[in-house]
Design a protein around this ligand. Sequence first.
Ligand code: CA
Length: 371
Amino acid sequence: MSKLIKRRSFLKGAAVAGAGAAAVAASNLAAPAIAQGKRELKMVTTWPKNFPGLGTSAERLAARIGSASGGAITVKVFSAGELVPPFESFDAVSQGTADMYHAADYYWQGKSKAYNFFCAVPFGLTASEMNAWIHHAGGQQLWDELGAGFNIKPFMAGNTGVQWGGWFNKEMTGLEDFKGLKMRMPGLGGEVLRRLGSAAVALPGGEIFPALQAGTIDATEWVGPWNDLAFGFYKVTKYYYWPGFHEPGTVLSCGVNKGVWDSLSAGEQSLIETCAAAENDMVLAEFNAKNSDALATLVNEHGVQVRRMPNDMLNAIGGKSGEVVAEAAASDPMTQKVYDSFLAFRGKAIAYSKLSDQAYWQARLLPFKYG
Ligand code: CA
């Protein structure tokens, strides 16, 4: 089928639902919206409406696509639960109920464990390393191959940077403190906790605070100071631990229904790709700009106790993480392929970061006077 025919049949089909689908389906291609090539895409998200940094990024990506296309493509955003429950966003896009999602791909590890690697894995890659692997070291090709099996074309569309270890209702002094702990932690980080004897659950963002308040969970991780302040976890738990070993640079993703994607012109595809890349930068910048002040608010205004996870605890968790990630890789051939690429890149990234980012950060902490 030629691209033009595919495009016309697409325009006659689901994507124009809501703009008078019945009339359009009667092949009235002269209708103004169609003649001008306008279309509306439905974006489902896993975030509460306008949640800072996540929901707002989905809205900003939609607005960016709208303005960059001169209004030819409008994206209507549905927050968690508005069109489908948050964790059904993947199926909705895969099956065409929605045209695209904005989410974190580790939520889809039930589809394939390979999805963890395109979001965050414990002791994995930082934000800049994820960008490097996905854009320049084969990651995007593997993600496309994985997505094709589910009728989804994926993109990076944001990054939270290094997350925090989470909120606890007690001090965590050793590994034994994880035994019996009921904690919200998604992805492979949750599996690491299970190996430590915790009961880990992967609640969507909007369900965490009520669960914490009701005592259904004892502890939670979410993102970092800016996002965690917005959810108000400090009202229930006071011990806030860093660093977030489980999410060192979490990718937010935009997945587009493959049929919708293939029906777009090369220019429209490029536009969406470029908007997602712009948003990928914008989100990380926003988290980096806002986390520091939010942490000060948590500590100074809400009496939050900030604690660092001790090295022996992190070292033990690191070992468990390595086991969990390797076992996940063995779950299917695609995940193994993704893991092999990820692991090879991780090795190079560690070797080089010692001489670059990490070396500079250590140098900057030397006690010289500056300014
Ligand atoms: Ca998180």
